[in-house]
Design a protein. Structure first.
Length: 346
């Protein structure tokens, strides 16, 4: 249980002169808990241990003067927020401004006027209390914002995951394709030293890149045998469909544009817009390579899995005309140096 005494704010008096200490104690003992230090070194130790709300600090003390004590208190994160009021002789005008310059909030002049001492201490104690209340409220607000942000990110992550799974549910042969493409694209982006933000954008774009396939009839998606040219033309709408679905969602990065571009090739032979080189985003170039590798490595209704080696040979063959050379090199390094393996959703 907290006694009424413990409820009172703690004020530290720092002075080497017993008469001054007596006067200040008499003036303040009714309203405050008081700590007393007779030297700068002891004052510092006391402040670090007990963290008073306010310190009344004499300037002229042996060994360590009040300025030095104040500087040390202000330099330490543990004690920087403690309000310091300097005690100064009436004629020391220069010392008053110097004290304020190094972080004191006020000064009290000697000889003491008890009413003035009480009033100044009361004012600054009250200010410190308000400041601490504000700090507490800020901390609570910050925590609430962090909780909300974490919740929003979780909702976004689960929504993306659901959209991704929904798109694949009509096409059992490619279940997990977007997840695996996303993994490989992120590994390549990491190898190419892209920023964490860019890698996250690639992760999301990878998870959603084929959601436009929900418009493609499932008998086209699942039919064994080679795809007919008319079916292929129909299949080519899926980046546009995905882009239309995603373009108004305020993702942190250009997710919809990357998805739109994931079948474009450097020489302009890709679809749907036949973009060339600088028209294709770096993130989309990575996604394109990851997409080809995953698709060729996996089983399809019209052919068995070709394996990673054949897939890697394909991107090497088209390095520079279809695929970005740096991305191809990054992809090779991911498999050969890091021994990348696809893993399904846990
Ligand atoms: Fe695609
Ligand atoms: Fe794909």
């Amino acid at each position: 249980m907290i006694s009424p005494q413990q409820d009172k704010p703690l004020v530290l008096i720092v002075d080497d002169n017993p008469t001054n200490i007596d006067i200040l104690v008499t003036a303040l003992q009714e309203d405050y808990r008081l700590g007393i230090s007779k030297s700068g070194a002891r004052a510092r130790a006391y402040a670090e241990k007990h963290h008073p709300l306010l310190i009344l600090l004499d300037i002229m003390m042996p060994n360590m003067n009040g300025y030095e004590v104040c500087r040390l208190l202000k330099d330490s994160p543990e004690t920087a927020d403690i309000a310091v009021i300097f005690i100064t002789a009436l004629h020391e005008t220069a010392s008053k401004t110097k004290g304020l310059d190094i972080g004191a909030v006020d000064y009290i002049t000697k000889p003491f006027n008890t009413a003035e001492v009480k009033a100044r201490v009361r004012t600054h104690v009250e200010l410190r209390r308000i400041q601490e209340e504000l700090n507490d409220q800020n901390r609570i607000l910050k925590r609430k914002v962090e909780e909300k942000t974490a919740l929003t990110q979780k909702i976004l992550r689960l929504t993306i995951q659901s959209m991704s799974q929904m798109a694949e549910s009509r096409d059992p042969y490619t279940a997990g394709h977007q997840q695996r493409v996303s993994q490989l694209a992120c590994a390549i982006a990491q190898k190419m030293a892209m920023t964490a933000e860019d890698i996250d954008t690639i992760r999301v774009a990878g998870l959603l890149h084929d959601i436009g396939k929900f418009r493609i009839p499932s008998d086209i998606l699942n039919r064994p045998g080679k795809i007919l040219s008319v079916e292929y033309e129909f299949l080519k709408i899926h980046p546009q469909v995905a882009y239309d679905l995603l373009k108004d969602i305020p993702f942190p990065g250009p997710v919809s544009e990357i998805v739109y571009q994931h079948h474009e090739k450097l020489d302009g032979s890709g679809y749907p817009r036949g973009l060339t080189r600088s028209g294709i985003l770096p993130e989309a170039r990575i996604l394109t390579v990851a997409d080809v590798i995953e698709a060729m490595s996996s089983h399809r209704p019209y052919r068995p899995a070709l394996g990673t080696d054949i897939a890697l040979a394909e991107i090497v063959k088209h390095k520079g005309d279809h695929f970005d050379p740096d991305v191809v090199e990054g992809c090779l390094a991911v498999f050969r140096e890091d021994h990348f393996q696809f893993h399904d959703r846990s």
